[in-house]
Design a protein around this ligand. Sequence first.
Ligand code: FAD
Length: 452
Amino acid sequence: MQTDDPRTTIRRAGPPDPDGRCVVYWMQRAQRAVDNPALDTAVEAGNALGKPVVAFLGLVPFVERANLRHYHFLVEGLEDVAEGLARRGVGFVLRRWPEHGLLAFCAEVRPALVVGDENWLRQPAAWRGKVATRLRVPFWTVDADVVVPTGLLEREQYAARTIRPRLLRQVDRFLVPSAEPKARIPWQQPTSLMSLPVSPAILEGLPIDRSAAPVAGFRGGTREGLRRLRGFIRSRLAAYDRQRNHPETDGTSELSPYLHFGHLGPIQVARAVAAADGTVSATAFLEQLIVRRELAVNFVRYNPHYDTLAGCEDWARATLTKHRRDARPVRYTDAQLEAGETGDPLWNAAQRQMVRTGWMHGYVRMYWAKKLLEWTAAPAHALELAIRLNDRYELDGRDPNGYTNIAWAIGGKHDRAWGPERPIFGTIRYMSFASTSRKFDWRAYARAIDAS
Ligand SMILES: Cc1cc2nc3c(=O)[nH]c(=O)nc-3n(C[C@H](O)[C@H](O)[C@H](O)COP(=O)(O)OP(=O)(O)OC[C@H]3O[C@@H](n4cnc5c(N)ncnc54)[C@H](O)[C@@H]3O)c2cc1C
């Protein structure tokens, strides 16, 4: 059995095991049963081989920087996964640490082929590499959470202007709806095969960081993500172009947590928006969802230093080094910053929004990160702190978008040098309270956060 799908990487080659009893879909990044090219690939392979398909999800406590807030959202999504898989005739086995191992599961169910999804962040990419060396059957991974498969871009792209034409050339080819194939041979779950029920209780006793509480304003899951997508299209999309830089209004989609956890796939979101509205607003939205988001995935895939200044360009590192010892007229400790106790009411409101609601408006995220450069002792520390806070509190944190945009704000990644040269920032693009607070009603933004 072969595949020439550019979305698919063959991590362990060879023919499927003819004695294998099923096809396993190892679900990690794409936690959904619709618009999921990795699941589709597993189902099509199962149908071609005449074997049933079973999806396996092993919940582990050692995902870097994930805490209860994130795990809670993930678990809320599992009910939709289980229901959706059942509709497609695919089995679902859910386990948790210390019984989370894919290899042990495979030893029990004896697959002919294992299909995984793709995640280019360092830790999950290493897991995939390790599994490829240990499995005894073919192992394919499918780039399910981008519109244009990342491999087609071949190398790190310099900026949005270099990736945009490459993506736009390919986009129509990949912006096609999933056929949502159903498994022809139904999966019969052996009674001896252990699988946990989908329930919040799955988190009980799991040794995870519980210091960031779940948030009430976002409920995980494909169903809720689709409800929000419909609401966005109905009442916000037409004005998106004008409102998206107005944090005092609810002008954006707020879909980033759903895209991060794979509860929604970008193809379905892009198609729904494009079909609803052919105007500048849809174009502006697709620029964020496809060009900016896939530039971020490209950075993480092709630059191993995506979370340090080493991942930024020479000009940016040189200007930051030149200004490294500049006086910092205003300095705050990490604890003051985390508590949102600075002298800047807009920044404090943004920090409160993130800590309390698990999501910060995109326009203020830029300002928020740039102020960390201004208020801390060194650029490397500012970057590390921005990542630490972003990953801890944002539901969409621990994502290529976060690493890339923080590198943009503090290290000039994908940007260019801006004059005039300033203290601390050098030629990194600067944002001041005076200029930022003039562009929108920042008091209304802060009031809304305090009222929520
Ligand atoms: C310092 C900083 C940190 C950020 N951290 C994260 C993060 O951890 N996770 C995250 O998903 N996004 C992050 N972003 C990018 C962006 O701010 C959020 O994706 C966006 O605000 C999410 O809100 P939304 O879903 O309403 O976006 P919308 O405006 O509705 O956009 C739709 C989708 O497009 C994508 N998108 C939008 N803006 C960007 C962008 N600038 N770069 C890449 N993709 C984008 C997102 O997936 C988003 O859900 C960060 C930006 C900055 C400046």
